[in-house]
Design a protein around this ligand. Sequence first.
Ligand code: FES
Length: 177
Amino acid sequence: MCDTTTTNEFVQKLDDYIDSLTYKKENLIGVLHYAQEIYGYLPDNVQWHIAQKLDIPSAKVYGVVSFYSFFTMVPRGEHVVSICTGTACFVRGADKLKDKLEDQLKIKAGETTPDNLFTLETLRCVGACGLAPVMIVDGQVHGCLNTAQEIHEVLAKYRPESKAPSNQRLQSTLKYA
Ligand code: FES
């Protein structure tokens, strides 16, 4: 959660960005992108603030946020895992990939794990059809994922234990060997 200092800094940053724009109302999507980069998501109060700054109805801001799947009104986890549901991925097992991911993360698509580590989403073709079925983690494409073990190995790279220094990992491995 943000403290007051951080929140004020975020508002200032957002306001500076909006003030720097020559065409403000016309740049609603760009402003929303920037706000989501700062806040991580677009809660009601941020949408309202943007509406005030751009002098447009808050219903218009809400309409855009709810229309585009890359905007979110709820906080996301540290890592965003997206399953491609485009035609090539669908034909080559995107459904099974989704089932396995839901099983391993113990959440459904659209949800975030209780430890806020992963958010699971679906999206349309990302242009890597030759690697189908594909999932994207924090913008990085991982393809040809057919087995539970392959999926497990990708997720493991994003778990905190895999970020420990290699000698520390070695020690913990030895401890349980
Ligand atoms: S359909 Fe999945 S990358 Fe194109």
